[in-house]
Design a protein around this ligand. Structure first.
Ligand code: GLC
Length: 427
């Protein structure tokens, strides 16, 4: 039961708030932010948002979101299409600015040029028709995580090609299983039908010299022999070195298997390093990080990923929301996130930071992997990118599940993409 005095206080508070709202003098505003939920994203977002709230006297509520990137996009598109003010600040994937730009605020009037301290390519990616619609927050590239202890035990080196990876994974898995580690798998990655599979499949294709599905000039290039070979190799892993359940794995499911000590190799983003090295981790001190392998005739390829923060045009507090974005993307917060969660900064200056180099050495060691990462075909396909990706991940999923051969899947994919892209005229 509420006591009369506290009930009176509650009413008095409400009346003050309403009066304040009516005259526009309301001081403490309540902002809502939706961050990602992969690894420690939610926790770190929550902490930094509360720091901002303490500093400014406002409140911030962190809205829960699905950790699957494609589900998150669907939710955001729904909220924004309804012009709802339910979320003020969104965490947007590097492949979304072109899709969401018309709903997002131009941050330049608030940023005072601070975007110039971030990677220029990221800022260019987030600038749509001259408007800076999102501030970079973390950079991603696909990486190969491996068990140093197991490779050493069998005298194996870190694989440089997919064939080497396949052979090493099989050899270590079979020997360890024979020795009683029945649940060990060779290689885990992201095979669910969602954006993460497009990232994995792009790595297979690009590393085989098969291109990036749609070329920079808008041509659909995906039907080629290298692409077929790449998909064939990936499909051959499923049920042999990779569990069939991978067909439903996103980032966190793959990490769950690796983190439990049940995989020799894993493809994932940098964040997977922090929990692997955590105090409680059974694989602490046993994990190495390297560039993903290359294919026959191809080069190692990592898909470029990353996240930014954007303000909704339907926010009631655009200036405050922009201030929150600038705080969260600042060097201090990015450094903290790199140290605690192994999220790669978007500020080149932090790549020379000694504390970060100590806690996540691969961030500096794999600088080439990050700078040469392959972009998904967003520039060529513009607002149709998500449809293109959807077709691509479905085609790859069909091949992995064994319901289509690589050739069948690629012929169909090419025809669909050509229809979507009206012969290269995507926008
Ligand atoms: C990560 C990347 C993002 C990518 C997604 C796929 O969140 O930052 O760019 O689209 O993974 O699952």
């Amino acid at each position: 039961m509420t006591r009369p005095s506290s009930r009176r206080r509650w009413w008095a508070g409400l009346l003050t708030a309403l009066a304040g709202a009516a005259t526009g003098t309301l001081r403490a505003e309540a902002l809502k932010i939706s961050c990602g939920a992969v690894g420690q994203e939610l926790e770190l977002c929550q902490q930094a948002a509360q720091q901002w709230a303490r500093k400014t006297g406002h409140t911030v509520q962190v809205v829960a979101t699905p950790n699957d990137a494609s589900e998150r996009l669907a939710l955001f598109q729904q909220v924004l299409a309804a012009r709802s003010d339910r979320i003020d600040v969104f965490q947007v994937d590097v492949v979304w600015p072109g899709l969401l730009a018309s709903h997002l605020l131009d941050l330049r009037p608030y940023s005072q040029g601070i975007e110039q301290t971030h990677f220029a390519s990221f800022v260019a990616n987030n600038t749509v028709r001259g408007r800076l619609v999102a501030m970079p927050w973390l950079a991603n590239a696909g990486l190969l995580f491996y068990r140093k202890d197991l490779l050493q035990k069998y005298g194996e080196r870190v694989p440089l090609t997919w064939d080497e990876l396949t052979a090493t994974a099989r050899r270590v898995m079979e020997a360890e299983r024979a020795a009683g580690h029945a649940r060990l798998w060779g290689y885990v990655w992201q095979g669910r039908a969602y954006e993460g599979l497009s990232c994995n499949a792009l790595e297979w294709l690009a590393s085989h010299g098969a291109g990036t599905v749609v070329a920079a000039d808008g041509r659909v290039t995906v039907r080629n022999a290298h692409a077929a070979a790449a998909l064939k190799t990936a499909a051959s892993w499923v049920g042999s070195i990779t569990p069939k359940a991978v067909l439903n794995y996103a980032e966190e499911e793959a990490r769950g298997v690796f983190q439990a000590g049940n995989a020799v190799f894993m493809r994932n983003w940098p964040y997977a390093w922090a929990p692997a090295q955590g105090a409680e981790s059974v694989i602490r001190g046993k994990v190495g990080v390297a560039a993903l392998p290359g294919g026959a005739g191809g080069r190692p390829s990592a898909t470029l990923g990353g996240e930014s923060l954007a303000v909704s045009r339907y926010s009631r507090y655009p200036a405050l929301a922009a201030d929150l974005v600038l705080y969260l993307t600042s060097a201090d917060v990015q450094k903290q996130r790199a140290l605690v969660g192994a999220y790669n900064p978007t500020l080149p200056a932090l790549y020379r930071d000694a504390d970060i180099a100590r806690s996540a050495p691969f961030i500096a060691e794999l600088a080439d992997t990050f700078t040469n990462a392959v972009a998904r075909p967003t520039a060529a396909t513009g607002r149709r990118y998500n449809q293109v990706s959807n077709q691509f991940w479905n085609a790859a999923h069909d091949v992995l599940a064994g319901t289509a051969t690589p050739d069948e899947a690629l012929v169909r994919l090419e025809a669909t993409l050509q229809r979507l892209g009206r012969n290269g005229k995507w926008n």
